[in-house]
Design a protein around this ligand. Structure first.
Ligand code: FAD
Length: 290
């Protein structure tokens, strides 16, 4: 099996209990030497302080690169620039530049802030003006729901790359063919940066259906059937979810994928097991540093 590189996404914790779980997960996954650990930014900047605190602590207490997500929602350019400067000041060198969803939630019409960055491409350019950040962006194998067609969608990805993005991380998907068809389109359009598959192991199937509908990600009927009648059976649900995620990852590897971004939802167990199966094993020397 080829050498596989991984990155892990976490969200900033709301409560002390969630903070304990987050840090237990980071400590469990850090010895796998991910390329980076990213921390999401809540809708409308709601997690500004908590995202900052979390990326700052990762930067200070581990030797893993932290990437801070940042969105354009409900903020002026100056406010967003301040957040970027704060990240840079604590040693964060990598930003995941995103437009974000409308304050009313995904699915509503997006209206940029009058004095804000209009989209992720503008934000990426803004970040590059502030400092020499590494920039990752989001991309959409089933196209973003706001895009009228794939060509428009891919043009917008190109604009993000022209603005400085050097990596795109995909929205989660459960049909691997969808990812490979998208990769073909992107490469045919002359885009050559890594298009890293975003893998989201299923922890809550009902919740997933809701999010997938909003994000425009399709859920195979095979998955729906597999999770039937398991609402009150969390153990079986977990085993099915693990099997499905392993099947998806191993198939991606068999088809040449060598980079994964895991949406961990702040839980380490399943992602750790998936990494183990992909040949990504703890670097013993790094365990104490984590
Ligand atoms: P953009 O690429 O800027 O644009 C998205 C769509 O808007 C385009 O595809 C297009 O349809 C339309 N659009 C943009 N610019 C134009 C234009 N000039 N003209 C016409 N149409 C335009 N959300 C959060 O709130 N916090 C997070 O931490 C977060 N992390 C994410 C991580 C990943 C890997 C991904 C894939 C998504 C993440 N999201 C996050 C969700 C993301 O904010 C939403 O999907 C949002 O709707 C689009 O963000 P974007 O950066 O892809 O937008």
């Amino acid at each position: 099996m080829a050498d596989i590189n991984v990155s892990f996404e976490f969200f900033p914790p709301k409560t002390p209990e969630m903070n304990i779980r987050l840090w237990a997960s980071i400590k469990r996954l850090a010895p796998l030497r991910p390329d980076f650990i990213s921390v999401t930014y809540g809708a409308g900047g709601s997690t500004r302080a908590r995202t900052h605190e979390t990326v700052a602590r990762i930067t200070k207490e581990t030797d893993i690169h932290a990437a801070a997500h940042l969105t354009c929602v409900a903020a002026t350019k100056d406010e967003v620039d301040d957040v970027l400067k704060e990240y840079w000041a604590v040693g964060v060198r990598h930003v995941v530049a995103l437009r974000g969803d409308p304050p009313g939630g995904a699915g509503e019409k997006y209206i940029p802030h009058q004095n804000g960055y209009a989209n992720a491409a503008e934000l990426a350019a803004g970040a590059r003006r502030i400092a020499d950040f590494e920039i990752s962006v989001g991309c959409y194998p089933e196209k973003h729901p706001d895009s009228s067609d794939f060509d428009t969608d891919i043009d917008l990805l190109k604009a993000k790359i022209d603005a400085g993005a050097t990596r795109a991380i995909t929205q989660f998907f459960y049909f691997n063919d969808v990812y490979f068809r998208y990769l073909d389109r992107v490469r045919a359009a002359g885009i050559d940066i890594p298009i890293v598959p975003g893998v989201m192991p299923i922890t809550n199937f009902k919740g997933l259906i809701k999010i997938a509908t909003i994000c425009g990600a399709s859920v195979p009927s095979k998955l729906v059937r597999l999770f039937e009648n398991l609402d009150d059976d969390p153990k079986t649900r977990q085993l099915v979810a693990a099997t499905m995620a392993a099947e998806q990852c191993l198939d991606l590897v068999a088809q040449g994928v060598d980079q994964f971004h895991f949406y961990t939802l702040n839980r380490a167990e399943l992602v750790f097991a998936l990494c183990h199966m992909l040949g990504v094993r703890p670097d013993k020397g790094a365990q104490d540093a984590a």
